[in-house]
Ligand binder design. Structure first.
Ligand SMILES: [Zn+2]
Length: 80
């Protein structure tokens, strides 16, 4: 089962389909290659994924796919 422990201690499980904590993204340049009707499966395969910890809001971005380690992004306070 795909999962890992966030630095806040929460266990992040991302095997559910659909997954409540997984988000998909694509660069504007890559999306610009799509025109007209889009094959949703083809687009889905082109998108990257990140996991958002529901407890601390950290983002774990899988820039190089799930087979590689994610990059951590920590929420910073606007007024701090
Ligand atoms: Zn967390």
């Amino acid at each position: 089962m795909p999962r890992f422990k966030c630095k806040c201690g929460s266990m992040l499980r991302y095997s559910d389909i659909p997954c409540e904590i997984e988000y998909k993204f694509i660069s504007d340049a890559d999306f610009d290659n799509y025109h007209g009707s889009i094959d949703s499966e083809e687009l889905y395969m082109k998108m990257g994924s990140f996991i958002r910890c529901p407890d601390c809001q950290r983002l774990w971005v899988f820039w190089q796919g799930f087979q590689n380690e994610p990059v951590e992004y920590v929420k910073a306070g606007y007024f701090t």
